[in-house]
Design a protein around this ligand. Structure first.
Ligand code: IVH
Length: 387
């Protein structure tokens, strides 16, 4: 059943079948979380994974009484892997709800307006930030000194990867300035830039070692090294997207100014971040970022919208594992998995033979793909593909 989407529309599901399906979904999603987070080797595409989770959420919304204790909706990512000690975050590291289309963005704004009792002519200020496709980490500073680096883990407890985080040049080991609170946790995304990823894979391939599927898995695998000397040789960077402190009066009162403060302490923040008011400006920011996507030196998979004012964020609060004051609008998937059903050998005018894979048709990047060139035998071996 792996990856296969259940056919019955959720509105037509009978309760006993819904229960059976939720059980199967819990097991299947857990298996994918494990493969993805712990082994850095996803078994299905992100789009299929999101669909499985979406189906799980939709069934649970229809049958709230059937929500399982081990439901994927109650967990964020994978549990802690062995080999690293556990760390409890000073504040939970939560996840984000997803917007898949424009309606979802309008709903996001509608919800905010209702919650904050805003009049028809009032808009909320939003910050739009690229959603970098990497690994979220938390870096703790005591009296300005870097003391602890952790993965998100299940959101409450992560893995202690201090020695590995320490090797990342864009993570300051000491925060600059005289306005640094005694205890600070800077959260952000650790990622591998596109060019560094290509170089790393080339290096690994030359040595006959396993290459990484994408920059995100390369970043995750690099952070999970037992030897920080290995991590140090990997081209990792960190971009800060939030800050947590014990005494909030020590920070500015907006997301925007908060990030500027973090930047003044020595962190990198994303230069593409921008402000927007209301749904329409958010949708504009989304399109503009999508146009820039291919030209950016790192991979992004969407945009994150956050209510700028922290007092408004506080009023909005959280629902289950995600804040009501933020949402991620994903870009359409550019990557899909499919099956090679056959390989044909095309003979060109010059007599050159090119193997071409006949694929189970798959919709990706706005088109249906049913053929793909395999170039030559070396490429087939490199990809390790077969019918
Ligand atoms: S904010 C409570 N901002 O997306 C909000 N997350 O799906 C927590 N991510 O775990 C997240 N860029 O790994 C936030 N500018 C950004 C982000 C970002 C990438 C990742 C992060 C997080 C995941 C949530």
């Amino acid at each position: 059943m792996s990856g296969e989407l259940r056919k019955t529309p959720v509105e037509e599901l009978l309760k006993p079948n819904a229960a059976v399906e939720l059980e199967a979904l819990a097991a299947e999603i857990a298996r994918h979380d494990e493969a993805y987070h712990r082994n850095d080797a996803p078994l299905i595409s992100d789009a299929d994974y999101d669909r499985l989770r979406g189906r799980n959420d939709a069934i649970e919304a229809r049958f709230p009484g059937l929500v399982r204790d081990d439901s994927p909706s109650k967990r964020v990512g994978a549990s802690v892997a062995s080999g690293f000690t556990k760390v409890t975050h000073s504040k939970p590291m939560l996840s984000l709800g997803n917007a898949f289309n424009e309606d979802d963005i309008h709903e996001f704004h509608g919800r905010i307006r209702r919650f904050l009792n805003l009049g028809d002519d009032e808009t909320v200020e939003i910050v739009g930030e690229p959603k970098i496709d990497g690994v979220s980490v938390s870096a703790r500073f005591e009296r300005g000194r870097f003391v602890l680096g952790a993965t998100r883990g299940d959101g409450t407890t992560g893995e202690n990867i201090t020695a590995n985080i320490r090797t990342i040049p864009s993570v300051p080991l000491k925060l600059r300035g005289d306005d640094v609170p005694d205890l600070v946790e800077v959260r952000g995304e650790v990622y591998m830039p596109k060019d560094g990823f290509e170089q790393l894979n080339r290096r690994l391939a030359e040595r006959g070692e396993k290459t990484f599927v994408n920059p995100r898995n390369a970043a995750a695998g690099s952070l999970r090294q037992k030897k920080s000397t290995v991590t140090a040789r990997r081209p990792l960077e960190m971009c800060a997207y939030s800050v947590a402190v014990t005494d909030e009066s020590l920070l500015p009162d907006t997301q925007w100014e908060g990030l500027k403060r973090v930047q003044s302490w020595g962190f990198r923040i994303n230069p593409e971040m921008r402000k927007a008011r209301g749904a329409e400006e958010c949708l504009e920011a989304y399109s503009e970022l999508m146009d820039k996507r291919d030209g950016l030196p790192y991979e992004i998979d969407g945009i994150v919208f956050k209510v700028n004012r922290l007092d408004q964020q506080k009023a909005l609060g959280f629902v289950s594992r995600a804040p009501r004051w933020a949402i991620a609008q994903k870009f359409p998937a550019q990557e899909e998995l499919t099956v090679i059903e056959d390989v044909e050998f095309q003979v060109g005018r010059t007599g050159a033979v090119t193997p071409v894979a006949r694929l189970k048709p798959v919709f990706v990047g706005g088109v249906t793909v049913s053929n793909a060139t395999l170039h030559n035998m070396d490429e087939i071996r490199r990809l390790g593909v077969h019918i």
